[in-house]
Design a protein around this ligand. Sequence first.
Ligand code: CA
Ligand code: CA
Ligand code: CA
Length: 647
Amino acid sequence: MEFLYSPHVIRRIIVYGMTVGLVLVVLLLGRGFAQNSRHSGHSPSLLTFDGLQHALLGDAAGAKKLSERESNLQLRHDITDGNTGNPVRDKQVVYASVRDIPPRDETGRPNYVPGQLVVRFHGGVPHRRQDEIVDELGARILRTLDARRGEYLVVVSGISVPAAAEQFAKLQEVDFAEPNVLHYINRMPNDQLYAAFDNQPTELQRWCFNGIGTNSNLNAEAAWTITTGSSNVVIAVIDTGVAINHPDLAANIWTNPYQVEDEANGYTNAVHGWDFYNNDNDPTPDLGDGTSGDGNVFHGTFVAGVAAAVSNNRMGVVGASWHSKIMPLKVFTNSGGAPSSAINEAIHYAVDHGADIINMSFGSTVATRTIYSAVQYAAVKGVIMVAAAGNGNSSHRSYPASYPYVVSVGGTGSGSVLSGGSVTNMRARASISEYGPKAVDVVAPAVDIVSTAVLSKTDELNGWGTAGDDTYFYGNGTSFASPLVAGEAALLLAREEQLGLSGSISLNAIEKVIVTATTGLDPDPVGGAKWAGHGRVDFVAAVQQIGPQLVTAPAAPVKISASTTGLGAVELDWTDRSDNEEGFVIERAEKTNGVVSAFEPIAQVDRNVTSYIDDTTEAGITYEYRVEAFNAAATNSVHRAVKVTTP
Ligand SMILES: [Ca+2]
Ligand SMILES: [Ca+2]
Ligand SMILES: [Ca+2]
């Protein structure tokens, strides 16, 4: 297994004095080794830009003045000039009929203020007559918007807003009457590095997540207006470990609710994840030993931040999902090379500990039964798996990305601002990325990605701080495209939860959303027209696809068995065959004096749970049990019961 990132160019922003505000110093590092020449021993050059923050603030202030000046000019132009073919002014306004404005928008937010209308009277209608009309229609003027033009905000009662608007509009004295329409802003996070390089196409994070102007990219801001993610959605990051105390990650690190069970299984004190490489309970990165292998130390921390950094906290970076939990599962040490067995174990751990999504930013050209069986296990449980397509600049399959059930993510990004270009073209292939439908399902940005990181021993020897210090890096690689899609998947599950459909949409349906809510990209000279698989993911298009229409009934559990435990309780076991149940209902009937009672629900357990102990039984009674999978669409209809008689 190799890491799928290219450390060709990495710029670092080191944050000093986290608690007293951010002082940014950019260290430009020309790491002059390519992916396969880690041992070149190249000595990096180091450049420090003093006073960068000052310069940035200056730029931002300058930009603001400029736009104010422009808008003043525009306003003058608007007032004094005729229409001279300015496209900004040639646009036609199309008003919706009041009846065609739904009370709520597609995200469930009201489209207008209840009980309010804006009414304008025709010129020449005297104020007295205006008051009379308002009175006659049972309304009341709440606010005068423009007395001269006869424009008022009125309150109506006992009548719907559309009906009231129609009543007003029918009168010849009335120019228009319309709902008091609510407007919303798209969610743009306030994290310092999101739009740090203001007014430039080099606003790297924003460029990656959203694009700017007509250069739309993942359309994240519109998606974040609908949902910014849910803390109930867990993303397992199988990688080099995660710096769980990084101030831009700590609040989103998963805490293990299964510690009691874990003790019995040898995962002692597994509070925030597990290290399957060293078999210990510390899933933070091994910080290295000062050799070139240390280039991997930051990898898992970086991937975690791309998927789900703490966001909109005025600090550092934004993640694709703002509130998901990150489950750090470490399978690599600093020098790379994770055995299939550790990856298999980590996938099982993720599934059994409630991970909803697994990100795997690594690969091998070798397909293994060891990992594929774990992938199948996760798929049966409905866990979404996302993996990096690989950095081989070829059409070859890389695994785990190319296993069935795993979304393989290739990379966009040609040219690079960090390499001195003026823009990173996110419609074109990243030159490192695998391409073509065999290797790639979808693509996402893989160049000039900025995220959370941690310093290695080598970084310390280079004088950048102390190994283990929290920081931010820029980097390239399909390793970093994959967690963008993992984060997108987290937004989809958050939307599912928001709509009251938790767990009810099957893995199959979610995967279809990810691959169909995409944008086609320009053909690639090397990879051809289909280099990007189904295209570049589009966060808002995907979030908008989530809804009740995707819910199907869950498959019924099979192989239900019941047995009495030593203490007279009854243990039920079953095989879960559904990937879209919200949970299971346990039903019980009892046979007393030859009469069987009706089945009553006695308990409910979470999705993917496969056993239940009923300790409310009495001695010497014959019980019958049913276990039913349920979700928002249906409770399954299998009513085969098992029978047990307590001693
Ligand atoms: Ca460890
Ligand atoms: Ca942040
Ligand atoms: Ca299940």
